[in-house]
Design a protein around this ligand. Sequence first.
Ligand code: 26Q
Length: 826
Amino acid sequence: MAPKLPISGYDYVMPKPDAETIRKSIVYKLIFILGVDPKDADEHQWLNAAMLAARDLIAEDFLKTRRAHIENSKRMVYYLSMEFLLGRSFVNALINEGVYAEFEEAFKQLDKEFSDVCEQEQDPGLGNGGLGRLAACFLDSLATLRIPAMGYGIRYQYGMFKQEIVDGQQVEKPDLWLDQDLAWQFARPNKQYAVSFGGQVLNMGDKKEWHPSEEISAWAYDEIIPGYGGDVANPLRLWAAHAGNLFDLADFNRGDYASAVRAQNSDENISRVLYPNDSTESGRELRLKQEYFLVSASVQDIIARHKCRLANIRNLADEVAIHLNDTHPVLAIPELMRILIDEEGLSWTEAWNISCKVFSYTNHTLMSEALETWSVDLMGRLLPRHLDIIFEINAYFLNALRAIGNFDDEFVRRVSIIDETHGRRVRMGWLAVIGSHKVNGVAKIHSDLMVNTIFADFAKIFPERFTNVTNGVTPRRWINIANPALTAFLDKHLGEQDWRLHLDNLVKLNDKADDAQVQAEFAEVKKAAKVRLADYIEKELDIKVNPEALFDIQIKRIHEYKRQALNVMHIVDRYNKILENPDADWQPRVFIFAGKAASAYYMAKKIIRLINDVAKFINNDSRIRDLIKVVYIPNYSVSLAQIIIPAADLHEQISLAGTEASGTSNMKFALNGAICMGTLDGANVEILDKVGAEHCYIFGNTVEQVEEIRRNGYDPLSYIEQDHDLRRVVNQISHGTFSPEEPTRYNDVLQPYGDHYQLMADFRSYIDTQAKADMHFKDKAAWNRSALINIANMGFFSSDRSIADYCRDIWYIKPLTEKELPRRPE
Ligand code: 26Q
């Protein structure tokens, strides 16, 4: 790596990116920053020292990027999200900075196993699943594409719980990730904002005054997000609740130290823990406080930054775009309105015109029961001024509608932000649509359904507001970090232009997919990943799996709509048929599951237990030999995904059509040369479109068919009656074959009378399609060819493409030019 240019105007010791200097820098950090004798340092201390050394190399980019934004008055986008599922940062930083080999060499010189040191890093689980991981991929792409951008989130003290499987059941353990690894964050003690709650609103003539009853302080911590290529690094600003300077002096002076400290603890509860729920958990006061805490600190910070640059609040919308990752941060709309009106003295209309231009919103779910609402009472108690503003927004909007005419009362009731039918509730999705200039879904089919179902009324009012941006994933993490063998393979076969930056280059593999030599090389790549996963499974779970078997993988949150139970039904059916016909030419399969269930989601936890009971039962049946192995890998996380995904032959994307907004693991799998077993749902539809039906297993009813079945009165029993295999499977699961010690354990899982997600209706097509996949896998050349064709056609699913779409169609943001921020010398 060539040395960089220094930050101009100052003379300082610049860190140099060669192995020897890096080695010395690591030892220096150990001695002078951490105060540890290198002779005694443990692996974890070595990691921290190395992270500090790496941070030095990126700190300059971070500061230079910031200067370039300010000096060139760049329009910026702020991405607000309650979740950022970043995964480990260290190796990512080395790869993006281009110094991985140098660090590896430095550790060799120190006689330390580099991979052991890297493994010490905690995986910060500040998210639940897809939405949080998407935010992390987007940050990577924003920095890589040199977009002036910043993320805002919450620095939860406890991230996503750690999952243990005890006696087949999920047990949640706290994840205290902040105990370690502070090397990657810059604390910003000078960035503090007061966030207020409660109290009352006073009418002062034509002005309103909010007199809150409670105040909490938000402290900033900046996580560094380095772009690939090593010129740009953007901040992810995470807010922590601090009561430090606000603790109750009155109690303290009265000698009641305990009360004073207790108040402090309860204030700090706001950023204590991530809600481990991937659909709404309406009504929880602390969650509403968290959402407002994020939003208030961030909007105040955005305005402070804007004023510091240009000092005129009226041109905010020219300089600032704020993006809402789902409705969770939608209170940013009334918060901006409050500041513009109450603090900056703008008129209501001026404020509204600015606000609508600033905000845009992404919807991630169609399931109406998962749309966020909050009771008017709770909102009024916690945020009385914001509730006022929401009422005003609603009145303004409904008046405008009535003025246009031709909307009847029923229509007006439906689009009102206040739902009057279930007690009075604030519909956060409606507020987001009304207050944003663009609303997007996350895959084509999802965006289409969005305007035809949940937002159909709004699409009539604001047809130009709705658009699609299909999700994407970053190839830096999902190939380069996760799959070293595939990385080497692609570097060898794709020539000059770096696929990490131009994922479309993968198309060149289409021409090579027929080449037997290339197929054989790819087979080795896949084998290496499968052996790595098999080793992990043996080490962690003491289960031996055969890397030659077909690895069939479903990893994601456990949810009824994702239909892990359908996967289990296939396993049980296969088990039955092997016993019936033991000498047939069965394709050995390893079924791998991983995923967490929301801690209060009874049925999801039961499904986990069912998978584990079935695993125990079948794995221990010697008649099955090694034809089926079922493995539940505990504690799914970004780090685990990086080990599991490269090892897949087949990936299960089997949600009921119309329920999965996009899915993103489907993209990661295909990018790593696995073949999709999926329904026509979410991004599967577009994957099919890119790779072709020969290289993708699609089964089950379409959205239209699912709807028709519902309309005609779905009768799951009729499917069970007609299909002997299905009947047998349902009976076995429901009557205790896999839980002999408690035969009724699973009598409520398959719900032959309800079956909301139509497992029975899709069973036959699923089973038949799985049989086709077996046949295909037996022809190794054909299978490898299909895998290569999958990889070749995944260019579209880079998050760089998604971000380019957002910048062009929604945020109107341009990257930093070479002049504004010079690239490092070659
Ligand atoms: C809301 C209120 C209170 C507590 C929790 C929540 C909450 C938290 C997380 C609601 C939803 C989520 C996460 C949703 C999510 O991950 N959705 C997924 O988003 C992906 C990225 O767009 C899509 O690919 C998936 O299809 C979608 O399920």
